[in-house]
Ligand binder design. Structure first.
Ligand SMILES: C[S@@+](CC[C@H](N)C(=O)[O-])C[C@H]1O[C@@H](n2cnc3c(N)ncnc32)[C@H](O)[C@@H]1O
Length: 264
């Protein structure tokens, strides 16, 4: 469909401004901005935000993730392609155990809620509970998941007492504190620090996720933790030390690494 505005010359100028600002896919980004903007004024303000370095997904309000559109609000972590590996493993585990509406997953450190939303799309009927400590992330995830099951708080703390899941998904922050300065400005300046900072070795939050998993998984359930290739051995060792049975999954196509830790 042809957009009612702006004139072709103005579109070309927008592409040129985006390209000059360093946007590699300037034509695609201009098309996305045109599609998202309701008025010329809105388009102008979106263009200024994007040219100022805000991630495109935060500007247009959604990200393409695992075949679905996930709503994304300013400051909230933009779901990454690499995380589709965790989604696929979670969906396969959930599908194996889906024989009733009782199959449940937890999305801990849910951000936008993209993981939970993608798994629920792949495995209809699965019950998703999501938690984040960042109120902006919770507000965002409530747009992508049943809002009554998106909870604000620290890791497992806000979940109902005694509630257990077949699969716990955790893409918790895992960037070592010192490495945050080396991240692209789009992440460093526009995603909240709590979404990135994994502490001195990157594993501070992961270790707490692992420590709490035993009382939140059903027998035979799996904790899935996204990590980096370089940190996978450390993450795996932490899970092994907690008595979990560990498998490391990698996918070079999406550059994903996931540590699966099963409760015996
Ligand atoms: C790397 S982002 C990932 C977001 C989302 N899971 C995704 O894959 O797009 C990490 C998320 O964990 C959240 N987080 C950090 N520490 C947390 C904690 N102690 N309890 C709950 N959430 C936490 C952050 O607010 C952030 O939304």
């Amino acid at each position: 469909m042809t957009h009612p505005f702006p004139e072709p010359a103005a579109t070309a100028a927008l592409v040129a401004r985006l390209r000059a600002a360093g946007c590699v896919f300037a034509e695609d980004e201009a098309a996305a901005l045109l599609d998202a903007a309701g008025t010329p004024d809105e388009l102008a303000s979106m263009a200024v935000r994007r040219i100022g370095g805000e991630p495109l997904e935060q500007v247009i309000g959604w990200a393409a993730f695992d075949g679905i559109r996930v709503r994304v609000l300013p400051g909230v972590f933009v779901p990454r392609l690499r995380t589709t590996l965790l989604v696929r493993i979670a969906a396969a585990s959930a599908a194996r155990s889906v024989d009733s509406a009782a199959t449940r997953i937890f999305d801990i450190g849910c951000g936008s809620g993209g993981i939970g939303a993608a798994v629920a799309t792949r495995v209809p009927g699965v019950e998703v509970w999501a938690v984040d400590v960042d109120p902006d992330a919770v507000a965002c995830a409530r747009l992508n998941l049943p809002p009554e099951r998106v909870l604000l708080g620290d890791l497992y703390a806000p979940l109902p007492d005694g509630l257990r899941a077949q699969v716990i998904c955790a893409n918790a922050p895992y960037v070592p504190t010192d490495a945050i300065a080396l991240m692209p400005p789009e992440a460093r300046d526009h995603e909240h620090r709590v979404a990135l900072d994994g502490g001195p070795d990157g594993l501070t939050v992961q270790r707490r996720v692992i420590a709490g998993a035993g009382t939140r998984l059903v027998e035979g359930g799996s904790l899935l933790i996204e990590t980096s290739r370089a940190q996978a051995a450390l993450t795996a060792a932490a899970a092994t030390a907690a008595g979990l049975i560990v498998t490391i999954h990698t996918d070079d196509d999406v550059e994903g690494t996931v540590v699966e830790a099963r409760l015996a």
